[in-house]
Design a protein around this ligand. Sequence first.
Ligand code: HEM
Length: 214
Amino acid sequence: MLDAYAGTLDVHTIHLFALRWIHFIAGVIWIGHLYFFNFVNANFAKTLDADGKRKVVPQLMPRALFWFRWGAMFTFLSGWGYAFWKVFLATDAGLFGVGGLLNSVWGLWITLGGVLGTIMWFNVWFIIWPAQQKLIRWTKNGETPAEAAALTKRAFMASRLNTYLSVPLLFCMGAASHFPSFSLPTVILAFVIGCGLVWVFCNKIGPKAGADFK
Ligand code: HEM
């Protein structure tokens, strides 16, 4: 019975749905590139010599980082835009009202996921991208300044941290509307399983996957 699922198509519903759609598209673009960097490119880059790096890096990285950083920006803005539109404009739930951001199962999962996403967004825009801008320029010019190694490590750590946080974050996003409760043991379990999965992908499967194609 289709009618059982029918709701009203008012201005809030349309606006929230548009934001939600943008959020999914941008999220896929962002996290898709994050996984490409961590599961594929980190292993591929190890196979390149200095000459190969000078050819590949200035062509590949600026293109991939464009989609990566703008995906992060649109995910961040549409996500918080959705949350605030929903609790402050579409309803008067606010932060602590009935169904509010800090007073509902939905809101608690979104707040936790949103905080993780905000840390990740910060890492993209204020650590990874500024570091990569310098690293790409140096690679293009064949330069290896003293600070290159430290900067590479900094960008790598921020990117790896984002990869670890992304899986618990996705649990939070999905749990908001599809999990019946919010509790510390569930959060801990989501982190343990999520981070464990990423560890296996990065350290066990990633280095070997597709490498021996003949
Ligand atoms: C930057 C911080 C983020 C904020 C503030 C945020 C906020 C939100 C909000 C408010 C919703 C609820 C939509 C609804 O109730 O229908 C949502 C859902 C969702 N978000 Fe995020 N989000 C963030 C990051 C991300 C990221 C990085 C991804 C990765 C792809 C993502 C993927 C999703 C998905 C798949 C849903 C749908 C869950 C469902 O309908 O079951 N979000 N997000």
